[in-house]
Design a binder for this molecule. Structure first.
Ligand code: SAM
Length: 196
């Protein structure tokens, strides 16, 4: 049967925490697969905030959402902005109430995309700090890391070091990884304990 893929494991963690009417963030909208997944889980009374720095990614995301019946989906707010600005973009009434924040680092997985536009260590770490302030107690952050991509190894090491150093009273941190394949994507997940 095999273990769950990294992406499926991230979805499993999200499913356990995001319920109808809940709030979520897709920090790297890309082609919109995670945005749609979160919008279905949160349902019509929920709210999803999705970020990407590329116009193309937000267009792909909007297209994917438009193919679904809007009645089944949460309201989705798309921001062409860095996830490092998520705290400033997301209305204050949602702060401390977000159940799931998903990061899928690296480059936009579409044919036309410029593979040189990748997530960068400094803005990723700023966004992760902001995520801890936005999460509800018991909420999770999932981070899919790509050590095999150019620039990805250094970013993955920095995220792992940052997560390892988090006080346990702030968040619990786990790694889900195929240890025989050091270049394969892997997952770090955080569960928020109590407010900072
Ligand atoms: N989850 C997406 C999907 O289902 O298609 C894949 C995400 S893709 C691996 C990473 C995305 O992060 C790219 O679309 C890229 O433009 C975006 N990105 C890069 N830097 C960013 C930043 N600072 N803030 C938000 N998004 C960023």
């Amino acid at each position: 049967m095999g273990f769950l893929s990294v992406l499926s494991f991230a979805h499993k963690l999200a499913e356990g925490r995001l319920h109808p009417g809940g709030f979520a963030v897709d920090a790297t909208a890309g082609t919109g697969a995670d945005t749609l997944f979160l919008a279905k889980l949160a349902g019509p009374r929920g709210q999803v905030f999705a970020f990407d720095i590329q116009k193309e990614a937000l267009e792909l995301t909007q297209r994917r959402l438009s193919k679904e019946s809007g009645e089944r989906l949460a309201n989705v707010s798309l921001y062409q902005d860095s996830h490092s600005n998520m705290k400033e973009c997301i209305p204050v009434e949602y702060h401390g109430k977000i159940s799931v924040i998903m990061f899928n680092l690296g480059y936009l997985p579409s044919e036309q995309a410029d593979k040189h536009i990748i997530t960068l260590t400094d803005s990723t770490l700023s966004a992760l700090e902001a995520s801890l302030e936005l999460l509800a107690p018991g909420g999770v952050v999932t981070i899919v890391l790509y050590p095999g991509h150019e620039g990805g190894e250094q970013e993955a090491a920095a995220v792992e070091a940052w997560a390892s150093a988090l006080p346990q009273r702030t968040a619990q941190a786990i790694v889900y990884r195929g240890i025989q394949r050091p270049n394969a994507p892997y997952l770090i997940a955080l569960e928020r304990k109590k407010p900072l």
